[in-house]
Design a protein around this ligand. Structure first.
Ligand SMILES: Cc1cc2nc3c(=O)[nH]c(=O)nc-3n(C[C@H](O)[C@H](O)[C@H](O)COP(=O)(O)OP(=O)(O)OC[C@H]3O[C@@H](n4cnc5c(N)ncnc54)[C@H](O)[C@@H]3O)c2cc1C
Length: 532
C-alpha cells in the first residue's frame, strides 16, 4: 500500500516515494492517465491491489479532455444495430450518474423534424433507447409539435420545421471527471503521477514483462518500477508501447479525428441540446449547451499520426459551420468561434480491412502479448468503468493476482455530492466546494477575485488546483482544471499571466518561469483560434 505518511496527492512526495523504493513490486502498473488508465487505476486500487499509474503529460491531456462531453448510449450505434454497445453504454450512463452526480447532468435533446417520415421514425427509435435504459432511464422520449419545439429552442431554423422528438442523455465535464478519478484512485491507495513517461519495458530472463523504465519529464530523470502486470492504456499511443514490447506493432488502433467548435450561448437559446441524426457525411451532429457556451461537433476523419495537440483542418471547421447554419436562425461565421478543439479517437481495430472510421465499432478490445503486456483500446468515456473492470479481470489472470471482486459499480467518485445545483458557482468541485470556501475564500478575501471579467473562475481555484489537483502548468489549470481554453481561447490567453503568477507563488518559482509559462500557453492557445 501507499506509504501511510503520504496524506496529500502531491506530485513531489508521490514521486520521491516511488523513486526511493525501486524494489517494490506493484501488482498493477498502468501506462496512460486518460479515461481508460485512470478508470483502471480506480478499479485495481479499490480491489486492494498495489497500483501505480504514470501519465507522460497531464491527466486527460490527450483524447479524454476533447470529447463531446456526452455520457450516452449512442443513438448512432442504435441506428447501426450495435445493440450490445448501446445497452452497455446506457447501463454505464446510469451508474456514472449515480456515482458522480456532481459532474453528470441530465440533458434534454431535441431531434428537429423537417420531413414527414422522420417524426414516427425517430420517435420509435428513441422509445427503443428508453426501453434499453430500463430502470436507469433519464426520462421518457416523446414527439412534440412545431410550437413546442420552437418554445424549447427559440432560435432553431423554423423554415419547413414540422416538430421534434425529445429524448434524454447525460452530459459531463470530461477532464474534471479525470481529475476526480485520479483523486479517487489515490484515496484508495494508488500512486498516480503526471509528467512521467514510460520509455521502456523491463523483462525477466524468460522474456516476461516485469516492470517499466520511466522518465520524470520535469526533472529529466530516468528510474524504474517493477510490477506483476503492466497495462498499456496509452490511447492513441498504444502502438508505441507495443513497439517497446515486440519491436513492432500490429496496429491495434486506428486513429480518427473529431473536431468541435464552441460558440456563444446566444446561438442556441434555451436549455435543450440539438441532435442532428444524419449530416451530409452520414454522421450525427450535436449542438450542446456547456458551461454557458455551445459546443458543436463532431467530425470523423482518419488521422495519420497520434498527437497530443491535434489541429482542426479548414475543411472540418467549414463543415461544422455550414451544417450548424442549416439548423440555427443565426448562421455562425468563423469570427464567432470562441475555440476550436480536435481530439483523436483510439478506435480498436484488428481485422486489417480499411473501412470508414465512422463505421468502426466503438467497442473496446483487450489483447495480451506473449510477454504479458495487456493492451486496451477503443471504447468511450461513457463505458470507462466497464472497460476498467474487464482489463483488471484480465490482469488478475495474467499476473496471478488474488481473485478480488470489482467494487466500482457503486463506488462514489471523489467530489460526490447528491442533488448538485448546476447553477451554483464552483458546483463542479462537488463536496470540495465547501473546503474551497472554508480554507481559501473565507481566510483570504483576495482569492475571491475573478481571473477574468467574462468568466466566473476565482483566484482560489488556481491555488486549489496546485495544492489538491496536481496542476503543474498554466495550461493544466486553464485547459483541464477549469475549461477556459476550450470555452474561449482568447479570454484564456488574457487569464494566463495572473494564473502563472499565482502558480509561481505556490511553487516558489521566479519571474523567468512566469514568462515561459505565459509564452508557452499563449502559443498553445493560439492554435485554438481560427486564423483570420
Ligand atoms: C472528438 C471526440 C468526441 C468524443 N465524444 C465522446 C462523448 O461525447 N462521450 C463518450 O463517452 N466518449 C467520447 N469520445 C471517446 C472518448 O473521449 C475516448 O474513448 C476516451 O477519452 C479515450 O480515453 P483513453 O484513456 O483510452 O485515451 P487518452 O485520453 O488519449 O489517454 C491515453 C493517455 O496515455 C498517455 N500516454 C501515452 N503514451 C504514454 C507513455 N509512453 N507514458 C505515459 N503515458 C502515456 C497519453 O498522454 C494520454 O493522456 C470522443 C472522442 C473524440 C475523439
Amino acid at each position: 500500500m501507499l506509504d501511510p505518511k503520504i496524506k496529500k496527492m502531491n506530485r513531489e512526495r508521490l514521486l520521491s516515494n516511488l523513486k526511493a523504493n525501486p524494489d517494490k513490486i506493484w501488482d498493477v502498473i498502468i501506462i496512460g492517465g486518460g479515461a481508460t488508465g485512470l478508470g483502471s487505476t480506480v478499479d485495481a486500487a479499490s480491489r486492494g491491489f498495489e497500483t501505480l499509474l504514470v501519465e507522460q503529460s497531464d491527466f486527460a491531456k490527450a483524447t479524454s479532455s476533447r470529447s463531446t462531453k456526452l455520457v450516452h448510449g449512442g443513438v448512432r450505434y442504435l441506428a447501426q444495430g450495435d445493440l450490445s454497445l448501446v445497452f452497455e453504454a446506457l447501463h454505464e450512463r446510469g451508474l456514472l450518474m449515480q456515482n458522480a452526480p456532481h459532474l453528470v447532468s441530465n440533458q434534454q435533446f431535441i431531434i428537429p423534424i423537417y420531413e414527414w417520415w422522420e417524426g414516427p421514425f425517430y420517435n420509435i427509435g428513441m422509445k427503443v433507447y428508453d426501453l434499453m435504459a430500463g430502470k436507469l432511464g433519464l426520462g421518457p422520449s416523446q414527439k412534440i409539435s412545431k410550437e413546442e419545439t420552437l418554445s424549447a429552442i427559440p432560435n432553431l431554423d423554423h423554415n419547413g420545421l414540422l416538430g421534434g422528438v425529445i429524448y434524454f442523455d447525460g452530459q459531463f465535464d470530461d477532464s474534471r471527471l479525470a481529475i476526480n478519478l485520479a483523486q479517487t484512485a489515490f484515496e484508495n491507495g494508488a500512486i498516480v503521477v503526471n509528467y512521467v513517461k514510460t520509455v521502456g519495458l523491463l523483462k525477466d530472463t524468460d522474456g516476461i514483462i516485469n516492470g517499466v523504465k520511466l522518465f520524470d519529464v520535469e526533472n529529466n530523470e530516468t528510474f524504474f518500477a517493477k510490477g506483476k502486470t503492466v497495462i498499456n492504456a496509452a490511447g492513441i499511443f498504444v502502438n508505441d508501447i507495443e513497439t517497446m514490447d515486440e519491436g513492432k506493432s500490429d496496429k491495434s488502433v486506428l486513429l480518427s479525428q473529431g473536431v468541435h467548435i464552441v460558440l456563444d450561448k446566444s446561438f442556441l437559446q434555451g436549455d435543450s441540446a440539438i441532435m442532428i441524426p444524419h449530416t451530409s457525411d452520414g454522421r450525427v451532429l450535436f449542438a450542446v449547451p456547456w458551461h454557458n457556451k455551445v459546443i458543436i461537433g463532431t467530425t470523423d476523419t482518419e488521422a495519420k499520426n497520434p498527437s497530443l495537440e491535434p489541429r482542426a483542418s479548414d475543411e472540418e471547421i467549414d463543415f461544422l459551420l455550414k451544417t450548424s447554419a442549416k439548423y440555427l436562425c443565426k448562421d455562425p461565421n468563423p469570427e464567432d468561434v470562441l475555440s476550436v478543439f480536435a481530439g483523436i479517437r483510439p478506435l480498436a481495430y484488428s481485422n486489417g480491412k480499411i473501412i470508414s472510421t465512422k463505421d468502426i465499432s466503438r467497442k473496446h478490445q483487450i489483447s495480451i502479448s506473449l510477454s504479458g503486456l495487456i493492451t486496451i483500446t477503443g471504447g468511450k468515456w461513457t463505458i470507462y468503468r466497464k472497460m476498467a473492470e474487464d482489463v483488471i479481470d484480465k490482469a488478475i489472470l495474467v499476473g496471478g493476482l488474488d481473485e478480488q471482486e470489482c467494487v466500482t459499480k457503486h463506488l462514489p467518485i471523489h467530489g460526490y455530492l447528491r442533488n448538485t445545483n448546476f447553477e451554483e458557482p464552483l458546483y463542479y468541485y462537488g463536496i470540495d466546494k465547501v473546503q474551497i470556501e472554508e480554507t481559501l475564500l473565507s481566510t483570504n478575501p483576495k482569492l475571491k477575485e475573478k481571473l477574468h471579467p467574462s468568466f466566473p473562475y476565482l483566484k482560489a481555484e488556481v491555488i486549489w488546483a496546485v495544492r489538491k489537483e496536481m496542476a503543474r502548468t498554466t495550461e493544466d489549470f486553464l485547459a483541464r482544471r477549469v475549461r477556459a481554453l476550450f470555452l474561449d481561447a482568447k479570454a484564456s490567453i488574457e487569464m494566463a499571466p495572473i494564473v502563472a503568477k499565482l502558480m509561481a507563488e505556490e511553487f516558489k518559482k521566479d519571474s523567468g518561469w512566469i514568462k515561459n509559462q505565459v509564452e508557452e500557453y499563449t502559443q498553445l492557445a493560439n492554435g485554438y483560434l481560427i486564423k483570420k
